[in-house]
Design a protein around this ligand. Structure first.
Ligand code: IFG
Length: 489
């Protein structure tokens, strides 16, 4: 019971409680409102066990995994859960379906690693007896995938969604547009994808999500308790849009499509009215595709936009997001435009103090922490890592794990920290193998920092729990980096 990642708030193994054994007679009992979680759990367990695992609404006694919604201790909040296991069965109890999903992820890790096999495997399928009471330290626990530098097909994104859900990540930030590609269909500006999405870093075919495909990704994530935060980076990182529509450029001339990896050379034309019609149309269509509360409007590395223009631009754009009923998220430079207190600046610096962030916190903003030298999963592990970049330094597992989001930034108390997010930029990544090599084993480290109480933070414990995850990753076909810092089985 003590192997779960992220470390639960409290784990009480029941030494003489025996264990629960799944059999062909096991039933998943899910009351109304928990049905979809029941089906999700059944979908996880059926392939390896070969058991029918019917999901039923009526109360059963022994041999049951029951998912119950109801009153739980107030400190569990909306994402917490209680899990009880003994020889008669397993009960997961939570206030919401999101809490049940988090309990399901822990139950998964209490079962043998072979349960992750997608084909029939040998049991026995046992769950140790005991009780877990658990809830997250931070509400926002995110992963970002850059689908602009290199395009990733819907199935590759779904694969990553499955993998981040293992560790109770509840936000997926998709970086949908950049200099090298525009990846989300905007019906009022079709050339953004038909032309602007037609290539990628290195000159490959690129690609894009139709709005139908994007809606499917959003609901796939939602079924796993994950909200999607779409990002359209602006006013910089916009060459794909500028190449697609000449009229968006100040000089009326469209630049060529860009397949390199430089940054900071592009900007929307701040003084043209069409720019604001364009941004308004894009945000309107994006908001209609976003059940979640945030739209991320970028704001980073606008190196060819003057600061007055930058501020003028965002002071027109920020109200557009709010008029759509969404909250603003953006890279922390956005603070220069004094966004509303409801906005969520995302810190990506490499120092542990930043004047803009300190000012925003003093005004009441919460901050999302993505320190590039701790959480950027596209950073190399060391100088020998074949993929990734190193501008923020090398990040080994102990670097990713060895910081406290609650005290990391000067002037940013724990109460002003919304949570953490691990960005994965794709200048050098082209497929799921590449994603997995960079994300594992460091993503679970960031996930634990976002979920677990600081009192459970312990490198010796984490590195041994991480080693115990390896057989699960192998069953899942995750091509992880065998860090020399971990005693892999
Ligand atoms: N910084 C850029 C990204 C990407 C990254 C690669 C941010 C906010 C370096 N901006 O990170 O577009 O190029 O590590």
């Amino acid at each position: 019971m003590n192997q779960v990642i992220p470390a639960p708030v409290s784990v009480a193994p029941d030494r003489n409680g025996g264990e629960f054994r799944l059999t062909s007679q096991t039933v998943i009992q899910a009351e109304r409102g928990a049905q979809r979680v029941g089906e999700y759990l059944a979908g996880l367990l059926r392939p390896a066990t070969g058991y029918r695992l019917p999901v039923t609404g009526d109360r059963r006694s022994d041999g049951t995994i029951s998912l119950a919604l109801g009153r739980v201790d107030a400190q569990l909040g909306d994402e917490g859960y209680e899990l009880e296991a003994d020889r008669r069965g397993v009960e997961i109890k939570a206030r919401t379906a999101a809490g049940l999903l988090n309990g399901v992820q822990s139950l998964r890790q209490l079962l043998p690693a072979q349960v992750e096999s997608r084909s029939l495997a040998r049991g026995p399928w046992t769950v140790p007896a005991g009780r877990i009471v658990d809830y997250p330290r931070f509400a926002h626990r995110g992963a970002m995938l850059d689908v602009a530098r290199h395009f990733f097909a819907p199935d590759e994104v779904k694969r990553y969604i499955d993998q981040i859900s293992l560790y109770k990540i509840n936000e997926l930030h998709l970086h949908l547009a950049d200099d090298q590609g525009w990846r989300i269909e905007i019906k009022s500006w079709p050339r953004l994808t038909t032309y602007g999405g037609s290539t990628e870093v290195g000159g490959g075919p690129g690609g894009y999500y139709t709005q139908e495909q994007y809606r499917d990704l959003v609901s796939y994530a939602a079924a796993r308790g994950i909200a999607v935060i779409p990002e359209i980076d602006m006013p910089g990182h916009t060459n794909a849009a500028l190449a697609s529509y000449a009229e968006l450029n100040c000089d009326g001339v469209a630049p060529p499509l860009y397949t390199g990896t430089d940054v900071g050379f592009s900007s929307l034309c701040i003084d043209k009215e069409i720019t604001y019609r364009f941004v308004g149309d894009v945000l309107r269509e994006l908001a209609a595709l976003t059940p979640g509360e945030y739209l991320h409007i970028g704001g980073d590395e606008a190196h060819v936009t003057t600061e007055p223009d930058y501020i003028k631009f965002f002071q027109r754009v920020l109200p557009m997001v709010e008029a759509l009923g969404k909250k603003v998220s953006g890279w922390h430079e956005l603070i220069k435009a004094t966004p509303a207190v409801s906005a969520l600046p995302q810190y990506w610096g490499t120092t542990n103090s930043n004047a803009l962030v300190t000012d925003a916190v003093a005004r009441g903003n919460k901050i999302l922490l993505s320190p590039a030298n701790k959480s950027y999963l596209d950073m190399k592990y060391d100088e020998n890592t074949p993929l990734g970049l190193s501008w923020a330094g090398f990040i080994e597992v102990d670097d990713a794990y060895g910081w406290d989001p609650g005290t990391y930034l000067q002037g940013v108390p724990e109460s002003s920290v919304a949570g953490v997010e691990a960005p994965l930029w794709s200048e050098t990544l082209e497929n799921s193998d590449h994603i997995e090599f960079m994300a594992f084993p460091r993503l679970p480290a960031i996930a634990e920092l976002g979920w677990s109480p600081w009192s459970t933070h312990d490198w010796a414990s984490f590195r041994s729990r991480l080693a115990a995850q390896a057989p699960r990753w192998t069953e899942l076909g995750i091509d992880f980096y065998r860090s020399p810092q971990i005693d892999w089985p």
